[in-house]
Design a protein around this ligand. Structure first.
Ligand code: AMP
Ligand code: ZN
Length: 465
């Protein structure tokens, strides 16, 4: 399977060639852990999970090192800790565990490494020390600032001039800055904030230097792929490049820059800080997590995607059809095979998921229409193999059709269905109807068939109806 990736640095799709196919390295800027992740954060996690899966497929699971950091020192974390009167670690421990569980529900594999900023303060200080020593950074009034004038390539990733940056980013003009676009590597902590001793005064690191230091210590530069949401291109990734290249004297920091597009709701950016978000934590309890994953992958990762009840309903329908085809082929003792060529080609083309998904329906069609056992066997193996690469279609079809349920609800619904069955046998239709209404109120959809009734949860989107 060949892979091309759209590289933000060159603005072009480029054939992916790792520096060392036995050790393929990818770093993605991970969550700031002060509250629940919304579906937009989920989109970023799922997009890079797909890339991780594709890389593992091509180079072997052992050959890919994927590092996704946890930002556990940040103003918003401090604010949340202060508001709740708890230490910072109580917030960050809780929400990094919640993040892992929620992303796990979306089928996101654990990254190989998950470095936390607070565990790398020494590395951060070492890197800042190197930058100060070689004149790329300077200390002033308890701060250390990166001097953008020391790095001629500053602005290359985002394609911005220094004037644009000053205008666009509303950079803070502070008296201790030599240039208004110089950015903070270290700053004094305010009372009550976490604080570490340093040669430049007690304080804490800036956000950008954390990633540079964690990349250095967890992977080493240059890395093959650096990823994140496209909101991070400027200033975060621009600053990471400046820091890492100046500290390491490296001509290249990352060989490919991959950025996912944003998830919006009603055309507005979904954002943690504005509270305009559907939380993954809530949504996975209301709808099949696999349908959420499918919905997030249904647009190309670089394109914007608007979250809506229609999108989720469509995802559900698509999976119903595919699982239906697999159910029809339940008699064939087949395991996942290699993904079919047309599917692999689509996915290898800068992760073109819409095209790859269309190939799944072509396979489903074979299972729906063909009687030829050889053809059907190949189609089922292909569907399962392709699904594994996308991180879908790995459940028993019966489990899919039943839907995700908690045990308490399952026991209740099973009991209601039993009573309804008995009422019908006794021709007590009033009771049967009442139970049906009760099930509907529980958002349970009952499907009667000659073999008895099956059921699943109805649609819910987490968006206000
Ligand atoms: P945060 O926890 O806010 O620092 O974000 C974690 C990751 O999610 C970053 O890579 C962001 O770029 C990405 N992200 C945040 N909001 C969205 C969104 N609405 N759609 C897609 N990605 C997002
Ligand atoms: Zn970063």
């Amino acid at each position: 399977m060949n892979l091309t990736l759209h590289d933000t640095m060159t603005g072009e799709k480029r054939r992916f060639v790792p520096a060392d196919p036995k050790r393929v390295t990818m770093y993605v800027c991970g969550p700031t852990v002060y509250s629940y992740a919304h579906v937009g954060n989920g989109r970023a996690a799922v997009a890079f999970d797909l890339l991780f899966r594709v890389l593992r497929h091509i180079y072997g699971a052992e050959a890919v090192v994927y590092s996704r950091n946890i930002t556990d020192v940040d103003d918003k974390i401090n604010a949340a800790a202060a508001a709740q009167g708890v230490p910072i670690s109580a917030i960050t421990d809780r929400f990094s565990a919640v993040y892992d569980a929620d992303m796990g529900a979306l089928g996101v594999l654990a990254p190989t490494l998950a470095p936390r900023a607070t565990a790398h303060i020494d590395d951060i200080q070492t890197m800042i020390g190197r930058l100060v020593e070689n004149g790329s950074a300077y200390a002033a009034e308890g701060h250390v600032l990166f001097s953008i004038e020391s790095f001629p390539d500053y602005g290359k990733l985002s394609g911005r001039s220094v004037e644009d940056m000053i205008a666009g980013a509303r950079v803070e003009v502070a008296p201790y800055k030599r240039h208004p676009a110089d950015f903070v590597l270290w700053k004094p902590s305010k009372p009550g904030e976490p604080v570490w001793d340093s040669p430049w005064g007690a304080g804490r690191p800036g956000w950008h230097i954390e990633c540079s230091a964690m990349i250095d210590s967890s992977l080493g530069v240059p890395i093959d792929i650096h990823g994140g949401g496209h909101d991070l291109i400027f200033p975060h990734h621009e600053n990471e490049i400046a820091q890492s290249r100046c500290a390491d004297g490296a001509p290249v920091f990352a060989n490919y820059w991959v950025h996912n597009g944003f998830l919006t709701m009603d055309a507005e950016k979904m954002s943690k800080s504005t509270g305009n978000g559907v939380l993954v934590h809530d949504l996975v309890k209301q709808v099949a997590p696999e349908a959420i994953r499918w919905a997030l992958l249904s647009a190309h990762y670089r394109a914007p995607l608007d979250w809506s009840s229609d999108l989720l309903a469509q995802a559900r329908k698509s999976l119903d059809r595919l699982y239906g085809a697999l159910r029809r082929a339940a008699d064939l003792p087949v395991r996942a095979g290699d993904p079919p060529a047309a599917f692999a080609e689509a996915l290898g083309d800068d992760l073109n998921t819409p095209r790859a998904m269309a190939e799944l329906f072509a396979l489903a069609k074979i299972l729906e229409t063909s009687d030829d056992p050889v053809e059907r066997t190949a189609a089922k193996a292909g569907l399962l193999g392709a699904g594994a690469l996308l991180g879908v279609l790995q459940q028993d079809p019966e489990t899919w059709f039943q839907g995700p349920v908690d045990e308490e609800l399952k026991a209740k619904v099973d009991a209601l269905l039993k009573t309804r069955f008995e009422a019908r046998q006794a021709k007590d239709f009033a009771t049967a109807d009442r139970i049906r209404a009760e099930l509907t109120a529980l958002n349970v959809v009952v499907m009667d068939s000659p073999d008895g009734a099956t059921w699943r949860l109805g649609e819910a989107t987490g968006t206000a109806e």
